[in-house]
Design a protein around this ligand. Structure first.
Ligand code: PLP
Ligand code: SF4
Length: 383
């Protein structure tokens, strides 16, 4: 057996074992048993400093999960947007393929809580059907392998999937979403890197929520992937009591850059049943973005997005006061120090104004892009 499989098998899955490790009594054990699976890898266990801290909250069941009755199981309508099982086709040119429902850890706030960790996920022939769909749909140029966690697939299956995808000429990009490098870094082996390298361009978006997750082993795993030529991004979920704090978030983003991982998305928590206790206000996320932009490397600032309930996709949210006003004359802008600036429009316009020009800006769209036209280099150099 591969080392990483043994290490994964050594994870904590029984509440009794967790209770024994942390000296909890029986009543507390009863409270943490719920309907959803638990798994805590040795790497993650070693980063829990005390009961109830930011790592604990992400992986240890909470009785509140079972008190969340009315919320939807599938708020993003992934199941209704699946033309074939396990393939979500929401956007015109890209699709998301769930290749497993197993994960190194079971995040308590998971959007796919309805399906992760349960037995009998991929049935015979389903993967072939999904790949056949991608082959037929020539408009898809970007496929995201997700789950569950695709990096838990054994090497031979990973290779088989990548190889099959690379026989589809219109598929330009293959992306993987994974929490493995941050929770089971031993799985990032030279052999895996050799496999991945053969099928470039492959991008990976790694899931990280707290700076304590970036241990030396985790950073080494990220370095192996980066050395294999994989551009690494990070996806972070904004979570109450875990990272809903500008200082924690700034440390996380800076640590990610040190690990050669570029922050990509910061997600507002979804409405998924059993996860309501993690939700924060939308203002919390905007406040965090304001505390990053201009105050640290621009590379450290992710896009803050809400994945729209009902399946509308990811919608970017910026604090509305960056673009205080926009009309034919110009833009009134507020910088990171709350100072106000004016950017004049070109005289007479250029006939290519976006529909919102002239209307009072309602907030939400990225200001620099609104004014970003090819004859106005001054407005766009740093984007
Ligand atoms: C997030 C997501 C994508 C990818 O979105 P990008 O903004 O291109 O990263 C594609 N399909 C589904 C269903 C998604 O949830
Ligand atoms: S690793 Fe991702 S898919 Fe798996 S439980 Fe965590 S959030 Fe969900």
């Amino acid at each position: 057996m591969d080392d990483w499989k043994k290490i994964l098998a050594d994870s904590i899955v029984k509440p009794e074992d967790l209770a024994a490790l942390f000296g909890l009594d029986e009543k507390e054990i009863d409270a943490i048993v719920g309907d959803y699976p638990m798994r805590i890898t040795p790497t993650v266990l070693s980063t829990i400093k005390e009961k109830g801290d930011a790592i604990w909250k992400q992986v240890v069941p909470d009785p509140l999960e079972m008190a969340d009755f009315d919320a939807p199981d599938d708020p993003l309508e992934e199941d209704t947007m699946s033309p074939v099982p396990h393939l979500v086709h929401r956007y015109p040119d890209r699709a998301l393929l769930m290749v497993t429902n197993q994960c190194p850890i079971y995040c308590r706030f998971c959007t796919r809580k309805r399906l992760v960790g349960k037995p009998g996920f991929l049935k015979k022939g389903e993967l072939d059907r999904a790949i056949a769909y991608l082959r037929e749909h020539t408009e898809v140029r970007d496929v995201i392998l997700s789950g569950g966690d695709p990096l838990l697939l054994p090497d031979h299956l990973m290779e088989r999937i990548l190889k099959a995808l690379r026989t589809i000429p219109h598929l330009e990009l293959i992306r993987l979403g994974s929490r493995v490098p941050g929770t089971l870094p031993q799985r990032i082996t030279p052999k895996l890197c050799e496999i991945v390298k053969k099928y470039h361009p492959i991008y990976m978006n790694l899931h990280f929520n707290h700076p304590d997750e970036l241990t030396p082993e985790v950073k080494a795993a990220c370095a192996m992937l980066a050395d294999a030529g994989v551009p690494l991004g990070a996806q972070t979920v904004l979570l109450k009591g875990v990272n809903d704090d500008p200082d924690v978030m700034k440390r996380l983003m800076q640590q990610l850059l040190l690990a050669r991982v570029k922050p990509y998305y910061l997600y507002q928590a979804d409405l998924t049943k059993g996860t309501n206790h993690f939700r924060t206000t939308v203002e919390t996320g905007m406040h965090i973005i304001r505390s990053l932009q201009g105050h640290t490397s621009g590379m450290a600032v992710p896009h803050f997005v809400i994945d729209a309930p009902g399946g509308g996709g990811k919608i970017p949210i910026l604090p509305p006061d960056y673009l205080m006003h926009l009309d034919e004359d110009g833009a009134v802008l507020k910088n990171y120090e709350n100072k106000t600036f004016h950017y004049p429009q070109p005289a007479g316009g250029n006939g290519r104004e976006l529909p919102m020009v002239g209307a009072r800006h309602a907030g939400g769209s990225p200001p620099a892009r609104t004014g970003c036209r090819d004859d106005e280099h001054g407005g766009c150099i740093d984007r």
